[in-house]
Design a protein around this ligand. Structure first.
Ligand SMILES: O=C(O)CCC(=O)C(=O)O
Length: 393
């Protein structure tokens, strides 16, 4: 499947060009501006202003209203922020207030802005519908925890988890895999230490390391990488992720033979092309995103914490770019992301030997509690290719 060829389970897009903070500004960074009270429907996102464009080069000069600020105003007017609050922010940034106020006043009569309002209203109706369906789902007993199950049959797996679109941890899927005995850091170093592998590096210094993953690719000696994992403390700086395509290299092909029998809801013939290795220290973090296909992820060594959010809660996740959300449920910033407060997060720790099923389009963020070796695979024996388009605004 084409999706299998796409690295990191379909997360192909890296933001190109301008990627300073705030370039995609509609993520609701509150800047102290008051939303227009009473105008917003109560059940949808409370409007907050997006992040401002960068400060002017010569702040003391009165500057004309440029295209970036026009877009900022249009974005925030669509959020129903009040003209006064927008004007105050724009003026404080050194922009000509007369020009800004003329632009704000003219928006109401601008047919292009009218079209944007209609799209916004349609989006809000859709978001409300999804929120209502989600609240029904959350009212089901047991919704708030991820089941841990063994001996799940193909029929039940497909019916309850794939079609039912709910995550599950399968405790016995990898029980008899030789990999469970053979894969560990010392053994990896002994067998593959001389080889060069591609990792994601320098992540700690970039808040958007996942979106910018192309920039973080580095080649490194595998033994040296393993040594750094073993000696470094808790950190997120370096991580061998699904991007590396390591299992497609003949030198590593033996690893695939050490994965034992797969359950009958997997397509064994497709396994070789759809398995991905993950190796990293305790402390790696994969930020909130959704994949474009379903997958299974087995912990061989170490534990990972997965946090899941239903796709129906997507409208509360400030998703402005592709499949990524800037919300971090480990450290929730309610000032910037007030709508995320109501989102129900399912939290589960996956232990060595356990396999998590990631249902379609579920948002998830993952952190390694220990030094980890994991294997993900996407060859679930059901149609598993979906077109999510390009979601960036
Ligand atoms: O294990 C991880 O760090 C992230 C896994 C993940 O997010 C994925 O496979 O989509």
């Amino acid at each position: 499947m084409r999706a299998h060829d796409r690295n990191n389970h379909g997360r192909t897009r890296a933001r190109a060009g301008d990627h300073r903070a705030g370039a995609a500004s509609a993520d609701g960074a509150a800047e102290g501006v008051v939303p227009d009270a009473g105008a917003a429907p109560a059940e949808v996102v409370v409007p907050t202003l997006g992040r401002c464009p960068p400060p002017l080069d010569v702040p003391q000069d009165i500057k004309p209203l440029d295209a970036t600020w026009r877009r900022w105003i249009a974005d925030n007017a669509l959020r129903r922020c009040s003209p006064e609050s927008m004007l105050a922010t724009v003026t404080a940034a050194g922009i000509d207030p007369a020009q800004a106020s003329g632009f704000i006043g003219a928006l109401a009569h601008d047919p292009a802005f009218g079209a944007a309002e209609r799209l916004r209203d349609r989006h809000e109706r859709f978001a409300r519908t999804m929120a209502h369906v989600q609240s029904l789902r959350e009212s089901a007993p047991g919704y708030d925890h991820v089941e841990k199950r063994s001996r799940v049959s193909r029929d039940e797996f497909i019916e309850r988890y794939v079609r039912g679109c709910r995550p599950v941890v399968l405790t016995d899927l990898a029980r008899d895999w030789p990999a469970m005995q053979r894969w560990n850091f010392a053994e990896f170093k002994r067998r593959f230490g001389a080889l060069t592998v591609q990792v994601q590096a320098g992540r700690e210094s970039d808040a958007d390391f996942e979106i910018n993953k192309v920039r973080h690719r580095r080649e490194t000696n595998f033994a040296a990488f393993v040594d750094r994992i073993l000696t470094s403390g808790h950190n997120n700086d370096e991580y061998l992720t699904a991007n590396n395509e390591l299992l497609r290299r003949p030198e590593f092909a033996g690893l695939l033979d050490e994965v034992g029998a797969l359950p009958d809801f997997c397509d064994a013939a497709a396994f070789k092309h759809s398995a991905f290795l993950w190796v990293g220290p305790a402390g790696t973090r994969t930020p909130l995103h959704h994949d474009t296909l379903m997958l299974l992820h087995t912990q061989i060594v170490g534990r990972k914490r997965w946090r899941f959010v239903s796709p129906l809660s997507g409208p509360s996740l400030y998703n402005d770019f592709d499949v990524y959300s800037p919300v971090d449920f480990e450290n929730l910033d309610l000032q910037r992301f007030p709508a995320a407060a109501k989102v129900k997060v399912l939290d589960v720790v996956v232990e060595p030997g356990e396999t998590i099923f990631l249902p379609l389009a579920w948002w998830h963020q993952v952190s390694s509690l220990d030094k980890c070796i994991s294997l993900s695979f996407t060859n679930i024996d059901v149609p598993n290719k979906f077109d999510f388009g390009h979601g960036a605004t």
